[in-house]
Design a protein around this ligand. Structure first.
Ligand code: 4AD
Ligand code: MG
Length: 432
């Protein structure tokens, strides 16, 4: 039953007969000829049905095929420089597997809401296939990067008893007799326990934020990769972050040329993403904003448009460090040289893609952390296990989180995160 040849491998079968299986992407007729574009997930190939070469029955089958009908086709592979993918198939035999009903997504333009309503079908279209393949390659690059550098994958729980990144964006649920539980916002706190056990770890999985903001940069369910390293300070953390981003971008540029071309992505700016990245303090970022005429008070958090303004100043990602402690999470270590600021770093992508990484050196002092937990009105009892990490051999440590969909979006040049994940979840959408 299963195919023995896929479209992507046709170059190995030139001059030979093959059987391909897939779906009808498009069709064109011209008298005695039918041109069927077959797609099988690995590529596209034009299948040429010539009336003189096949039986009446086969020619009629080709006639019957509607957009997205599934079929099996036998033919001889011919090199054809001008054709999509560089090959054509001269059809000898054709079997219909299933005739598709009238397909809702036609080559004409559709509104975005209609397309997302049909996301389960939309993923078949050329552009979406290219995005999904790039997403896959990015995920592999992420894993390769950490695996090659001695990190251990450490899987945190999804159901958690407390907040990690602040209580305002928690998804809540009833958890049997134990009261409320929440969907995780980040695996970081657990990753810290992993770092104390294994030295260098990373978590990689879905995380959840009940984001009330309807922006193009926010999903309520998104994937995050979070490395956490024992004996790393903020500088070490930034070194790793820039090496990591450079690796992802350069790998995708090298290996996903065809897909980036399909997306008509101008890669000039991506090619510039090489180390070192500029590093500026939050205070310097505020100076840039003021110079650009933005009315901005030291102490406020940088918003999406502020990040875009700052990002525009540089031709590669910029690392902004040492934010006012007030706007950052409880677990971040204060700068011993200026306790007003936290040893935090955000990495802002160029081309208006905003924050792709948030990270920090963690508070490793038991008393300081206890104080922060109280100051943030967090329930200390839920954090006792986390405080234990400071009771039993505490060490300086740091880590960061990279948002997968923001990275996919940036690399693919998308204008909204909804196309960067198979089934996007947003404040106003949880279907299909
Ligand atoms: O800056 P955030 O909130 O950092 C953390 O969660 C830390 N615990 C990470 C760590 O130090 N281990 O989120 C990290 C990244 C952001 O920079 C962004 O790329 C992405 O996660 N992100 C989102 N992506 C899509 N939709 C959302 N609602 C997102 N919120 C954050
Ligand atoms: Mg952040």
């Amino acid at each position: 039953m299963r195919p023995t040849v896929y479209i992507k491998d046709l170059s190995q079968h030139v001059g030979k007969e093959v059987i391909l299986k897939g779906w009808l992407y498009n069709k064109r007729s011209s008298g005695k000829l039918k041109f069927l574009i077959l797609r099988d997930g690995t590529g596209y190939v034009q299948c040429v049905v010539f009336k003189g070469n096949v039986s009446e029955e086969i020619f009629e089958s080709a006639e019957k095929l509607t957009q997205e009908s599934s079929f099996e086709v036998k033919g001889k592979v011919r090199e054809e420089k001008r054709a999509v993918g560089g090959f054509e198939l001269d059809v000898i035999d054709l079997k219909i597997i299933s005739i598709a009903h009238e397909y809702p997504i036609t080559p004409k333009e559709h509104g975005i809401e209609f397309l997302i309503d049909n996301r389960h079908l939309w993923v078949r279209s050329k552009k979406q296939v290219a995005i999904l393949k790039i997403r896959h390659r990015i995920i592999k690059a992420i894993r390769d990067f950490f695996d090659q550098r001695g990190f251990v994958l450490f899987d945190p729980p999804i159901i958690t008893p407390n907040a990690c990144e602040g209580t305002s964006t928690l998804f809540e649920m009833d958890y049997f007799d134990l009261g409320k539980a929440y969907l995780t916002q980040s695996g970081q706190l657990y990753a810290e326990s992993g770092a104390m056990a294994l030295g260098k770890v990373y978590t990689f999985g879905p995380t959840f934020r009940a984001e009330k903001s309807k922006t193009r940069r926010h999903l309520t369910e998104f994937w995050m990769v979070e490395p956490e390293m024992a004996f790393y300070n903020l500088d070490d953390d930034m070194d790793l972050a820039e090496e990591f981003i450079e690796y992802i971008i350069q790998t995708v540029l090298k290996e996903m040329k065809e897909e980036l071309k399909e997306l008509e992505r101008d890669t000039t700016n991506l090619e510039k993403v090489v180390r070192p990245f500029p590093r500026i303090s939050y205070s310097e970022a505020v100076e840039i904003l003021k110079r650009k005429g933005v009315d901005f008070q030291w102490g406020n958090d940088l918003g999406g448009t502020d990040e875009t303004f700052i990002g525009e100043e540089f031709d590669r990602p910029v690392m902004i460090h040492r934010y006012p402690a007030e706007v950052k999470a409880f677990y971040m270590k204060r700068d011993p040289e200026n306790p007003k600021v936290a040893l935090a770093v955000d990495v802002i992508a160029p081309e208006g893609y905003g924050e792709i990484i948030g990270g920090s050196q963690r508070e490793d002092d038991l008393d300081a952390l206890l104080f922060r937990i109280k100051e943030h009105n967090l329930p200390q009892s839920f954090f006792e296990w986390y405080l234990d990490l400071r009771r039993y051999g505490s060490v300086p440590h740091a880590g960061f989180g990279l948002g997968l969909e923001r990275t996919v979006s940036w690399i693919c040049g998308l204008d909204h995160l909804r196309e960067a994940i198979p089934f996007p979840r947003m404040i106003y959408r949880n279907t299909p």
